[in-house]
Design a protein around this ligand. Structure first.
Ligand SMILES: [Zn+2]
Length: 359
């Protein structure tokens, strides 16, 4: 639910045609598992899929077998359908020894508290940035509450009526994220953690969220990439009100270099879409995609424009209220990047709206 670009659908392998976002990728499995079933994608690594009631209609989760029990990586949202889909899986994959959440977005952490409790209070492993952010949003702390979102959008040129979309969106987090445990086990960049039968390296990533954790297992040749590397969707990289000057696009592009150096035959397990090989090819495509957007944006900034003004440049279709939140966040992010790298200047109008113009 965190991406607004082309909704991801199970792709028919093999990919073909240079215009496809997944051109050149090799899909290891033709179709995803049905709900409440699994596919073993590597020894002791099982792929489970849960439905999402959004344009992005699914999330992939991973179950790792170990000597003492199972490790869950990501959880699904906290709704009755997802809890029901978990039941037959929990009956087989028992005991659960820990729950790992790659980041704080609802499709990943929503049911973490429920799964932890069902397993008798096992630890929840997350980075500190993600754990604290989840709590801050649930508690509607200053900067994470609905009001600052509307204010940010007004400052970037949205009309008051459309800026209200932000208010509605933020209030929705607690409806699909259950209560979280009051303690966690901290994952940090570079940690080597024992999950299942193998060691996994934590690779922190930025731009999509404060401190995303991807997991790489050299022995298995597997990368659990979370939302940082997806085969077809361009990961959402948004500015949020708590950090209005952020450059999430720059952070994301820099983070990708951490995956580029992994062995070319690494099997990537993404949160959305199908497992694939071809990390470098996918990163090339993403870099080209963002370079193209920056060029289009700069061309449009021949006169001062706000983030709201450039929405039609970046998104060539009608946006519903849900998509508008992510689209505005992305538009502000791209403008901040051009501003901070010196390609655009920023002016504040008498109406209080921030506008950007190419140098
Ligand atoms: Zn996400």
């Amino acid at each position: 639910m965190t991406e607004v670009a082309a909704p991801d659908r199970p792709a028919p392998p093999p990919a073909s045609g240079p215009s496809r976002p997944d051109a050149g990728l090799e899909y290891a499995f033709g179709a995803p598992p049905d709900v409440s079933t699994w596919i073993e994608v590597a020894p002791g690594v099982r792929w489970v899929r849960m439905r999402l009631p959004f344009a992005l209609d699914h999330i992939n989760l991973w179950l790792l077998a170990g000597p003492d029990g199972w490790t869950h990586v990501d959880c699904g949202i906290a709704d009755d359908a997802t809890r029901a889909a978990w039941e037959p899986l929990l009956a087989v994959h028992t005991p659960v020894v820990r729950v790992v959440a790659t980041h704080h977005h609802p499709d990943h952490v929503g049911l973490a508290g429920w799964l932890v409790e069902r397993a008798g209070g096992v630890p929840l492993w997350m980075t500190e940035g993600e754990y604290l952010t989840a709590h801050a949003i649930l508690a509607e702390q200053p900067g994470y509450a609905p009001e600052p979102m509307a204010a940010l959008f007004l400052r970037h040129g949205l009309t008051p009526a459309r800026a209200e979309a932000g208010r509605e969106r933020r209030g929705g987090y607690g409806r699909i994220v259950g209560p979280l445990p009051p303690a966690f086990a901290r994952l940090m960049d570079g940690d080597a953690v024992r999950l299942g039968h193998h060691n996994w390296e934590v690779i922190a990533g930025f731009g999509h969220c404060p401190e995303h954790a991807a997991l790489y297992c050299q022995a298995l040749g597997v990368l659990i990439s979370g939302d940082m590397l997806l085969p077809r969707i361009s990961t959402n990289v948004s500015v949020w009100p708590v950090e209005p000057e952020a450059d999430p696009v720059g952070r994301f592009l820099r983070s990708l270099q951490r995956y580029r150096v992994l062995p070319p035959d690494t099997l990537v397990l993404p949160s959305h879409g199908l497992p694939f090989r071809g990390i470098a090819t996918r990163i090339d495509t993403l870099e080209a995609h963002h370079a193209e957007r920056f060029a289009e944006l700069l061309a449009a900034l021949d006169t001062p424009k706000s983030a709201a003004d450039v929405l039609p440049v970046l998104f060539r279709r009608t946006l519903d209220a849900h998509q508008l939140v992510f689209a505005m966040g992305e538009a502000i992010g791209h403008l901040n990047h051009l501003h901070q790298r010196g390609d655009a200047t920023r002016v504040e109008g008498p109406d209080g709206v921030l506008r950007f113009v190419a140098r």
